[in-house]
Design a protein around this ligand. Structure first.
Ligand code: IDP
Ligand code: MG
Length: 144
């Protein structure tokens, strides 16, 4: 066990459903700290770049259009085993397979429109955090 950072996104369907507070509450209740956060509306270059690992998948162009369809919230979560903890809070990619009580089970409409993104490993997390945030935008807690 160690303290990790992970990149989380509330996707356009999550923003449309007005779930920012609900989702942040789930992170905080699980002991994860939000150490960076911003809202932005992804450009095509940003959406394609962020999901470039999936560029050969049949759903890639739909995925890019979905991610550009409205604003998103991007945040860095920090805590013990934050990468796995966030994936557990999110639930499986396909909401029909997501564990009861997870974000995707509770709110997602489809395997594509599944409300949230979370990094899937330590190297991905570093790459994805750097994709959206400068080091100076990550704010460690200074009150103990
Ligand atoms: P993850 O978000 O659970 O890590 P990935 O396999 O990395 O899932 O896929 C990235 C995103 O691509 C998913 O969250 C979802 O929005 C979309 N996606 C994944 N598989 C499919 C599919 O089979 N059809 C349509 N969209 C998909
Ligand atoms: Mg993934």
């Amino acid at each position: 066990m160690s303290v990790e950072q992970t990149l989380s996104i509330i996707k356009p369907d999550g923003i449309q459903k007005n779930l920012i507070g609900e989702i942040y509450n789930r992170f905080e209740k699980a002991g994860l700290e939000i150490v960076a956060s911003k809202m932005l509306h992804l450009s095509k270059d940003q959406a394609e770049g962020f999901y470039s690992v999936h560029s050969e998948r049949p759903f890639y162009s739909d995925l890019v259009n979905y991610m550009m369809s409205g604003p998103v919230m991007v945040q860095v979560l920090q805590g013990e085993s934050a990468i796995d903890a966030n994936r557990k809070i999110m639930g499986a990619t396909n909401p029909s397979e997501a564990a009861a009580g997870s974000i995707r089970a509770d709110f997602a409409d489809s395997i594509e429109e599944n409300i949230v993104h979370g990094s899937d490993g330590p190297e991905t997390a570093i790459h994805e955090i750097n994709f959206f945030f400068d080091d100076s935008e990550i704010c460690q807690r200074t009150r103990t």
